[in-house]
Design a protein around this ligand. Structure first.
Ligand code: 5GP
Length: 118
């Protein structure tokens, strides 16, 4: 997890309004939008506004606020899409599977009869 935050990453550009997204929620702590390559229908991302690469770099207040938004969005996905399950994931570092180096949480609805895409 060496290195430092690079504000040219795509989620930083989305946060600054320099790149488009299909936004589903925004407040003081986070922005949430649809994943451009969904692993299942309804796959969305919760992106904290704090400029941190990963969960380990976040301040306690910002991570607590972000996780509360993740919980709210997961509940909204449950209500809207009525999935059979919901995966919440978050990757820290390239070897862990992270590809965009601005902290984000995946919310991935799952249905028993719908295989994962990609
Ligand atoms: P991770 O870093 O957690 O492995 O994955 C990054 C996620 O961001 C991927 O699911 C990818 O599809 C998504 N993603 C990458 N670039 C964009 C983009 O420009 N817009 C949106 N909406 N999602 C993106």
């Amino acid at each position: 997890l060496s290195g430092s935050y690079d504000d040219q990453n795509i989620f930083a550009k989305i946060l600054r309004g320099e790149a488009p997204c299909v936004k589903i929620f925004e407040d003081d702590a986070v922005i949430a939008f649809m994943d451009i390559f969904p692993q299942s229908p309804g796959h969305c991302l919760v992106v904290p506004k704090e400029p941190a690469r990963n969960l380990l770099e976040m301040t306690p207040d910002a991570s607590a606020a972000a996780i509360q938004r993740v919980q709210n969005l997961a509940r909204a996905v449950e209500t809207a899409l009525e999935p059979d399950g919901i995966v919440v994931t978050q990757f820290n570092g390239g070897p862990a599977g992270q590809t965009v180096f601005h902290i984000h949480f995946h919310i991935i609805p799952r249905w028993e009869d719908v295989p994962l895409g990609r």
